[in-house]
Design a protein around this ligand. Structure first.
Ligand SMILES: [Zn+2]
Length: 555
């Protein structure tokens, strides 16, 4: 064969193969973006139980067909539900989005401090709540101080992209999806009925009313074997509640025709499954019931993603899955392994702290000094200190010194707990003033605490305890700390943009918003700090199609 004929032949071969290469490459335009969160889902679960996952489109959608990251860690030190979901949605930590806790204290209409939830909003009322609901206070994302990926998608498409949030928990539905959404839905805890807030709408959409009126609730109750009692607390521990949440998401996708946008722009849904958190708090990460719940969720996810395949088509869907925080081993399970695990009552140090503070600063009638230990923050009563003529820095410094003295006393006396247990150990204490002014050490721990700063938290201490030691009531376990087991979550990506495989580099949940914003060709959220996960992305050989912005939208 002559050189020139070989040259012509190879050009023909290249020309023949190129279109299929381009066909495989990411085209910048999924029809539906899904952010899937499992609440309190630690980063080791999927590999621990992967041999038990049998379904094609269940957990194996990520483990076999997607990009599976083994080392995803949050880089902050307040690992709670509201902060975690805000972090996933905004791609920022608490110092960017402002959400520090699930609840905190704000001045109420009477001028006294009152506990408020991260999403409570007096300007709105609940919609769809069952008759007789006592507290009809509405909800909104108004305390979330950064935009979400969903917000930026709506802005980039001139309001044409439709974004929704779903979860059994209001904060998880609202803070992940954002401000410019078409709706967020959560359940009434007692009954399991789906509701929303007048922030979004005056009445539930017809498809949601139909869902509430259908037999879904009865089926969830009967298949969980929980006919009486709190839907959230009791049915919520079982796979029946996973199915219930995913079925509602299916009804939403069908009812709103998500993934079939008339303007041909991507739609988005965030779904947070609360069940693993409810069961995990009660029984811990190593209990057979948690393994069962995760393994049974395989079939529920398979049904959901198979539904998406039949409707929107999985090739048109881009999915990220993660957790809002990990969790500590229970005291019982840890002791059985010879670990110095310790759950202890927060009153063991908040009571002596109150006594010491009152001895130094006599109360002046604006309540007690210690509001509560709301892990990882010890919240102090600003008004009580101000009445006594004590300013914030002095109040915090005094409280810190006293807390440290109390913990030295713990170390000195014999623990009343099992012999193996060490007394509770206070590893770090920083004041809200130090966090606000950036007076933190240049260490990993200092960085984690800096990322936990929120203007909503003043007059407070940020505490961290020894490994697997936590202030907690009850037999189960909890999460909140800067320790790795609370910060470790899964990160799974599925879609035509990603190269399937297992990735061991250290990544973070904030990378989801950065990566998806890059792939959607939109601005990343306003305070986003994540990295684009290029190691898991297919090379884009050429730009053959328009990015996410709709044709004709050119303002
Ligand atoms: Zn939790």
């Amino acid at each position: 064969m002559s050189r020139s004929i070989r040259f012509v032949l190879s050009i023909c071969l290249i020309a023949f193969y190129l279109p299929s290469c381009f066909g495989d490459a990411y085209d910048g335009k999924p029809k539906l973006v899904v952010i899937l969160v499992f609440d309190q889902f630690r980063g080791d679960y999927l590999d621990r139980y992967r041999a038990e996952f049998k379904a094609k489109n269940g957990w194996n959608l990520f483990l076999k067909q997607g990009a599976h990251f083994t080392d995803c860690y949050y880089d902050y030190a307040n690992l709670v539900t509201a902060a975690g979901h805000a972090t996933i949605g905004t791609g920022a930590y608490t110092d960017g989005h402002g959400i520090p806790l699930n609840e905190w204290y704000e001045p109420g209409p009477d001028g006294n401090l009152r506990s408020v939830s991260s999403v409570a909003d007096d300007r709105y009322t609940l919609v769809g709540a069952p008759a007789g609901t006592k507290d009809m206070t509405g909800a909104s994302p108004h305390r979330e101080m950064a935009t979400t990926l969903g917000d930026e998608l709506v802005l980039a498409t001139g309001g044409r992209a439709r974004v929704y949030g779903v979860s059994m928990k209001d904060r998880a539905a609202i803070l992940t999806s954002g401000h410019a959404t078409k709706g967020a839905f959560w359940v009434d805890h007692a009954t399991g009925v789906w509701e929303t807030s007048t922030y979004w709408m005056k009445q539930l959409p017809a498809w949601a009313q139909q869902f509430n009126a259908s037999d879904h609730l009865a089926i969830a109750r009967s298949s969980s074997g929980v006919e009486q009692g709190s839907f959230y607390e009791l049915v919520g521990r079982t796979v029946a509640s996973v199915v219930y949440q995913l079925d509602f998401a299916e009804a939403l996708i069908t009812g709103e025709k998500l993934g079939d946008n008339p303007a041909h722009v991507p739609d988005m849904i965030t779904i947070s499954i609360s069940s693993t958190d409810i069961n995990g708090h009660a029984f811990g990460p190593d209990d057979p019931s948690q393994e069962k719940l995760i393994v049974q969720s395989d079939a529920a996810l398979d049904a959901f993603f198979t539904f998406l395949d039949k409707t929107v088509g999985l090739k048109n869907v881009m999915v990220a899955m993660t957790g809002d925080h990990g969790v500590a081993t229970t005291e019982k399970a840890g002791e059985a392994m010879g670990m110095p695990v310790l759950g202890f009552s927060p009153e063991e140090f908040t009571k002596p702290l109150e006594q010491k503070l009152e001895a130094k600063y006599p109360l002046k009638g604006r309540g007690k000094y210690v509001l509560q230990m709301d892990n990882p923050y010890l919240l102090l009563n600003r008004y009580a200190f101000e009445a006594a003529g004590v300013h914030e820095e002095e109040a915090e410094n005094s409280a810190r010194q006293m807390v440290e003295e109390i913990f030295v006393d713990f170390m000195a006396r014999d623990s009343s707990k099992a012999q193996r247990n060490e007394p509770p150990e206070l590893t770090h204490v920083y004041t809200a003033t130090e966090m606000r002014e950036g007076r933190l050490p240049q260490t990993q721990y200092g960085r984690l605490v800096a990322h936990s700063y929120s203007p909503y938290i003043g007059w407070a201490l940020h505490l961290n305890f020894g490994p697997y030691q936590f202030p907690w009531h009850g037999s189960g376990t909890t999460h909140f700390s800067a320790n790795s087991y609370d910060r470790h979550v899964p990160l799974e990506l599925f879609g035509s943009a990603f190269v399937p495989g297992t990735y061991h580099g250290v990544v973070a949940p904030v990378d989801i918003a950065a990566t998806f914003a890059s792939l959607l060709r939109i601005n990343r959220p306003s305070a986003a700090v994540g990295r684009v996960l290029t190691e898991a992305m297919r090379p884009e050989l050429t730009v053959t199609k328009a990015p996410a912005s709709p044709s004709g939208f050119s303002r």
